[in-house]
Design a protein around this ligand. Structure first.
Ligand code: PLP
Length: 396
């Protein structure tokens, strides 16, 4: 009589798992599947960072560090936040964790009580709702429209706030929409948060990947009041092509940092020591490879947006950041393609995999059924070929 805890039972199984495992099986069977499902840069970690890790091993930096991270790395993070984000923090404000995902997990554990509500803009990054639920809090969804570039609208936000609202999640640049909030939009949200004493969880993990001259602004940099209420989340994964190294961090009020550090000290201890040393090099060393990656992503982004909008039945707006496009599939809903009626984003995603051998992520994974997410963290050739296949499937 094996029974999971209530908490474990309420964690949703990954919606994308079925498609993902099918795509893998097809590849193993020798089928040329092109994947738009990828959530990580397709670039190698820069050489200087790899070498710093090798050096760290050789120097014997292979033991525990303080649970919330190496003091030198915390200082490097503070210097980065000052130089790039105009944020003044001290090492006592920083907690280094096993990826931004772990940082987010720590935050909810540190601030939420049972019954607290956390506002999540839709489309959202898949893990937010489950992380909130794992902290015994309740996700409150606020739908954002394509017309508003998938950004929070002030009235909708105000309507969602109750006396139980503990925090608002902001993810700019956004996965899955690529939305980047402007300074005035952030000021509006900050004003509301300060007025109501609500935390802002600002997930800035895609900050390095912005296009069209857009500027990444951290909401915490607007003024001291909002800074006190904001937990900035960032990490090495996306900007430095270091997904497997598992280093993320938070910057927050020292009381929150202490709480998160305590939680982490019992859950995982310090994140990998070698990866921490490599991250110091990442943050302080030559930054030119970061810009090379951004330029490559931008070229693919432009191509993908233009090509999607040429395909009958599909459309998209140009995302301003990250490496994803939300493709609008509304026109195809209710139609029949090759004998298959498309009721929702999952139906179309399965059809694209089966008949065009293109793997995508259905919008329902992000809380919306009228879109499909395409990642352009794959070569331009792959993007060209896969979109040709989709065009052929839908229109020939
Ligand atoms: N936040 C967002 C919006 C993400 O897309 C991801 C990764 O997909 C993360 C956080 C966590 O990344 P990591 O745990 O690799 O730092």
């Amino acid at each position: 009589n094996i029974q999971l805890s209530k908490k474990a039972q309420q964690v949703s199984p990954s919606i994308t798992l079925a498609i993902d495992s099918k795509a893998k099986q097809m590849k193993a069977d020798g089928i040329n599947v092109i994947s738009f499902g990828v959530g990580e840069p397709d670039f190698a970690t820069p050489e200087n960072i790899k070498n710093a890790a090798i050096e760290a091993i050789k120097k014997g930096f292979t033991t525990y560090t303080p649970a919330s991270g190496l003091p030198q790395l915390k200082q490097a993070i503070c210097n980065k936040l000052k130089a790039e984000n105009n944020l003044d923090y001290k090492p006592e404000n920083i907690v280094v964790s096993n990826g931004g995902k772990h940082s987010l997990y720590n935050i909810f554990q540190a601030i939420c009580n049972p019954g607290d509500e956390v506002i999540i803009p839709v489309p959202y990054w898949v893990s937010y709702p489950d992380m909130v639920a794992m902290a015994d809090a309740t996700p409150v969804f606020v739908h954002c429209t394509e017309e508003n570039e998938f950004k929070l609208n002030k009235e909708d936000l105000l309507n969602a706030i109750t006396s139980k609202t503990k925090a608002i999640i902001l993810n700019s640049p956004s996965n899955p929409t690529g939305a980047v909030y402007t300074k005035s939009e952030l000021e509006e949200i900050a004003r509301i948060a300060v007025e109501r004493n609500i935390f802002i969880i600002s997930d800035e993990i895609y900050e390095k990947l912005v296009y069209e001259g857009e500027e990444h602004i951290s909401i915490a940099s607007l003024n001291d009041k909002i800074k006190d209420l904001t937990i900035v989340v960032n990490g090495m994964s996306k900007g430095y092509a270091m997904t497997g190294w598992r280093i993320g961090y938070t910057a927050s009020h020292a009381i929150l940092a202490k709480g998160m550090g305590n939680i982490q000290s019992h859950a995982t201890s310090n994140p990998n020591t070698i990866a921490q040393h490599a991250s110091i090099e990442g943050l302080t060393g030559d930054q030119s490879s970061i810009e090379q990656m951004r330029v490559a992503f931008d070229e693919r982004r432009k191509f993908m947006v233009q090509r999607i909008n040429e395909i009958d039945g599909l459309s998209c707006i140009a995302p301003k950041g990250a490496f994803y496009v939300m493709m609008n599939i509304q026109k195809l809903l209710g139609t029949t393609i090759q004998g298959v009626t498309i009721h929702n984003s999952m139906d179309l995603s399965e059809l694209l995999l089966d008949k065009a051998n293109v793997a995508v992520v259905p919008g329902i994974a992000f809380g919306t059924d009228e879109f499909i997410r395409l990642s352009y963290a794959t070569s331009l050739e792959n993007i060209q070929e896969a979109l040709n296949r989709i065009d052929d499937l839908l229109n020939k």
